[in-house]
Design a protein around this ligand. Structure first.
Ligand code: FES
Length: 106
């Protein structure tokens, strides 16, 4: 299992365990992480699964594909470490990944 930590805008954090192969969004939904709405169910069509990847993890999570970048245009307060969590696949290399949930999701 891979450990993922979600940090809320108020600093509260929740560490969950995820099977490799699911997405970071799916791991959040399975564990009722607040603030990850994922209205489109992971189809890269809503931007309500927006997260900020902690800087030290940006290289491992990789860059967004162009379809993801297009959808990020609809998210609030997009930063260079912004990703759509439904587009980040959990792999063993991401064990310890920390992402922050934006203050405003939509
Ligand atoms: Fe809709 Fe990620 S769940 S874009």
């Amino acid at each position: 299992m891979v450990k993922l930590t979600f940090v809320q805008p108020d600093g509260a954090s929740q560490t969950v365990e995820a099977e490799p192969g699911v997405t970071v969004m799916e791991a959040a939904k399975l564990n009722d992480v607040p603030g990850i709405e994922a209205e489109c169910g992971g189809a890269c069509a809503c931007a309500t699964c927006h997260v900020y990847v902690n800087p030290e993890w940006v290289e491992k999570t990789g860059k967004p594909a162009s379809i993801e970048e297009d959808m990020l245009d609809f998210a609030f307060d997009v930063r260079k470490e912004s990703r759509l969590s439904c587009q980040i696949k959990v792999t063993p290399e991401l064990d310890g990944l920390t992402v922050r949930v934006p203050a405003k999701q939509f």
